[in-house]
Design a protein around this ligand. Sequence first.
Ligand SMILES: Cc1cc2nc3c(=O)[nH]c(=O)nc-3n(C[C@H](O)[C@H](O)[C@H](O)COP(=O)(O)OP(=O)(O)OC[C@H]3O[C@@H](n4cnc5c(N)ncnc54)[C@H](O)[C@@H]3O)c2cc1C
Length: 482
Amino acid sequence: MNHARIFDVIVIGAGISGLAAAALLAREGRSVLVVDGAPPSPPPGAHTLHALDPSLLKALGLAKRGLKFAVRDMSLAGLRADGRHLILTRDARATALGLASHSAADAEAWPRVYAEVQALARAMRPCWWDANSCQTLAQLHDRLEPFRRMGAIAWLDSRFESEALKATLAFDAGCGGLSPLEPGSALTLLWRAAQEMCGLQGASAMVAGGPRALVDLFAAAAQDAGAELRTASPVERILVEGGKIAGVRLATGEVLAAARVLSSLSRRLTFCSLLSGSEAGLGETERLEREMPRVGTARVTLTLGAVPTIKGASVPLTARFVVAEKLESYAVAHAAACAGRLADELPMEFTVPTAADPALAPAGRHLVSALLRPVPLLPPKGWAALKSDLVQKVLGALGCYAPDLARQIVDTDVTVPDDIVVRSGAADVAAGVVHMLADWDVRLGTPLEGLMLCGAAAEPVPAISGRAARHAAEKILKDAKR
Ligand SMILES: Cc1cc2nc3c(=O)[nH]c(=O)nc-3n(C[C@H](O)[C@H](O)[C@H](O)COP(=O)(O)OP(=O)(O)OC[C@H]3O[C@@H](n4cnc5c(N)ncnc54)[C@H](O)[C@@H]3O)c2cc1C
């Protein structure tokens, strides 16, 4: 193979994960090339952050580079058609007071259950944050067992009585692709509670300037550290020589050499699209194709000509709003999604990003960003046939709580699983219990010497985090010292 240049590490994908890994490696003197088929860009509409790795932000000095948060700790609002919305905040006593009108028993239980979950989630951090899962899992075995075994809804049933509260909390259990009814989905609730944003456990936050500003900060950190960034350069093949990684070939035919490649794509895309079955292991590629999940996530972003007004009890517009009044809507939506259809009632979360950061839209415009799950991952007739139905369902559901909203729409943008599967494959991972509790080495590693994953699909639960990238970079730096 003749090469113009040899890099220490080539990183596939200039999303937050790829850029984070590149920055950490380049600042330690490694020659790093990041290649992406597109310009660095955040996943469309991912306004809410709940899992960014604090030690990564610190290592890259992102606060000094100008990282600012428009909201640091979003409350969670469960919307009710009768206007008696639930508002869940960090203040357990205030939350309990609000719950009292729905259930005296839940109001009494809330501070105790909230503290129980926060404590166990915190104790799980060595497993999910560091590289210390075996010891943590052994120590917490008995306390963890119900979360490992139970579906989120069954676990919530064991703690609370009001459907309003349980249906609101169940939404976050679906963020890894499991249904809140599936055994082990209770663990996703615990994973969410173990995260930290802005120094606050279990918080959700919004970055000032939105996801675009965040990806720009990571890109600048990588380039200032000396990493090279090549966009409009899709990788067509990861090159293997004698069972070892040799570099990548771009779609243009150009060959770039490196003994180490980090892929921020999913394991399935990396193995099945960028390697041949014989290189990646035929059994493994067949398993990845076979185990493709059937459900995914979609996002509908509405641009409005006026501030949306939510009827009923007053709720801050900077909250995360969950639209799922009935627990059964999760089961119905999951069954429909598995059959390739959209359910009539789709559980969703929406935010109003411009309530916190008006600069995200032109003057006088306002954004409503709705996250829907579960939806079919790859419907039989393709997503093009379902998009307008999806938007109608979102408008129908939001209209119950914000009756003027449909009249205020000036633009609609839809991101469906197709877009994400093509982008990085992050939606083609269903985080089961085994994946969530695996060692970092298992989630990042591949059978090929020199190839590791570093993207969201290697996180315990896919999210904008950068933790997989940090672990992959640390592993490369540690291996070099041996
Ligand atoms: C609809 C939806 C909404 C979401 N909302 C949120 C949210 O609000 N908050 C949150 O924390 N998480 C959210 N997520 C999850 C989150 O978007 C992902 O986990 C995260 O963006 C993944 O980041 P990444 O850097 O690992 O990958 P990506 O940001 O997806 O980056 C992968 C990069 O690889 C590039 N690429 C792909 N193929 C090639 C190739 N062959 N050669 C070169 N480059 C290539 C792509 O162009 C892309 O830039 C959402 C997911 C979905 C599906």
